[in-house]
Write a protein of this length. Structure first.
Length: 190
């Protein structure tokens, strides 16, 4: 039986860069199937009165230095602090929810994070995300209409509600479910 992992993340989550660029290879080595679950971490932060870096310059400075150190440790490119915050409209998160359902989330997400971290672009802008979608064989106008419509908003909201029910409070987060007497039971979350 294949092991499965729900990977909860948010396009715009800084620490998610470290996972997004490595998760597929690590999961394949371990025989784990990854389910990509973009969710609205900002909404959960607000609900919990836990906005990590807002008005906390010392914490933000530490975060960027920590990401730089970890990127070096993992052999990931680092070109300095990228623009932050990004994707204020949530477009990429809704696109990611559609991509997750259709199986192109890993390639889309890596391309988005390369644009953000390496090219230093705000990927939430249509002029940035359109070429990414086109390279992946998607019709940018059509998929953006879906993401901005009920379909994209619903998929993103469902992922967010699932994360909330599981107690996910930050990104990235990982949930492993185990079968116990036929029921799905939360086994591990980190």
């Amino acid at each position: 039986m294949a092991q499965e992992l729900d990977f909860y993340f948010n396009y715009g989550s800084t620490y998610s860069y470290l996972t997004i660029m490595r998760i597929e290879g690590l999961a394949a080595q371990a025989g784990i199937e990854v389910h990509w679950r973009p969710f609205n971490v900002r909404s959960i932060f607000v609900e919990q009165n836990n906005i990590p870096f807002k008005d906390k310059p010392v914490k933000a400075q530490y975060m960027w230095r920590d990401i730089e150190r970890r990127a070096a440790l993992f052999g990931l490119e680092w070109r300095g602090i990228p623009p932050y915050p990004v994707d204020r409209s949530g477009l990429c998160n809704r696109l990611g929810a559609i991509a997750a359902d259709e199986g192109w989330a890993p390639a889309f997400t890596r391309a988005v994070y390369r644009a953000w971290f390496l090219e230093r672009l705000d990927f939430g802008l249509p002029e940035i995300v359109n070429p990414i979608l086109a390279v992946l064989g998607q019709d940018p106008d059509a998929v953006i209409r879906r993401a901005d419509g009920d379909e994209g908003r619903h998929k993103f909201d469902v992922n967010t509600e699932d994360a909330r029910k599981l107690g996910v409070f930050g990104a990235p987060s990982f949930v492993v479910m185990a079968r116990c007497s036929g029921d799905m039971t939360d086994l591990t979350m980190h």
